[in-house]
Design a protein around this ligand. Structure first.
Ligand code: ATP
Length: 235
């Protein structure tokens, strides 16, 4: 469905991502794990059209999309929940969610998406009239994921959803990601420094080091890989 082929992304002279290839099939959770600065976020931004490719291609349902602007990629079914959540703290939860639906024309589908997000995150539903800035970190993360879902994506990209959250809340977010994947039938690209959480969820995982993918495989296989265990799981 999504085919990333030999991509490279530069910040001036720095090649932050090089020779990265992977695919995302319908219904898959694909985890990108690795240390801080390894190039995972840069990969998501390039897939979303927020950064240009220096090399390589991105195909979506067979079509090359690497030259499309971000808003057109959203219309085609890609959505990103960015690192750090980036909510509007002085707007209500509901209005933050609606920002994610600005490419959706039909009011009925916006209503359906809202209901879906509320069903997925009952705490978000309860707090929909509160200012987003008054929510806990975990609740804000749920709003950020919900906002990306409001664009009705087929692939949901999540950048560090567990960052800064207590273990109990991380488990809740992980459960929500699984439900989004299984019940809402969305493919997910999950970028995480929490390799254990991400690989437990992932059908396929890719380990980044210094801009490159150095290991790939099913999540369970990477969790059992002695190199991954030593370098990323603290075992
Ligand atoms: P993190 O989990 O911290 O986001 P990451 O694996 O996602 O880490 P990137 O954020 O993609 O890593 O960063 C990859 C490399 O690109 C790093 O060396 C980083 O310093 C550099 N980099 C990231 N953003 C910029 C930018 N806007 N300008 C210049 N260099 C950047």
């Amino acid at each position: 469905m999504l085919e990333v082929q030999g991509i490279a992304v530069r910040y001036g002279a720095l090649e932050a991502v090089r020779d990265v290839s992977f695919t995302v099939e319908p219904g898959q959770i694909v985890a990108l794990v690795g240390a801080n600065g390894a190039g995972k976020s840069t990969t998501l931004k390039a897939l979303m059209g927020m950064l240009p490719l220096a090399r390589g291609s991105v195909r979506w349902q067979g079509d090359p999309i690497e030259r499309l602007p971000a808003d057109q990629r959203v219309v085609r079914g890609l959505a990103l929940s960015p690192e750090g959540r980036r909510l509007f703290p002085r707007m209500t939860v509901q209005d933050n969610l609606l920002v994610g639906a600005h490419t959706v024309r039909s009011r009925a589908s916006v209503r359906r998406s809202l209901e879906r997000v509320h069903a997925l995150f009952p705490r978000v539903a309860e707090r929909r009239h509160q200012l987003a800035g008054s929510l806990s970190g975990g609740e804000q993360q749920m709003v950020a994921i919900g906002r990306a879902m409001m664009a009705e994506p087929q692939v949901l990209m999540l950048d560090e959803p567990s960052l800064g959250l207590a273990p109990k809340i991380v488990a809740e977010i992980a459960g929500a990601i699984q439900r989004i994947n299984q019940e809402a039938k969305l493919a997910v690209i999950l970028v995480e420094q929490n390799a254990r959480m991400a690989l437990r969820l992932a059908h396929q995982g890719h380990v980044y080091e210094q801009g490159q993918v150095i290991r790939s495989g099913p999540g369970a296989q990477l969790l059992a890989d002695p190199f991954v265990q030593t370098a990323y799981l603290g075992l």
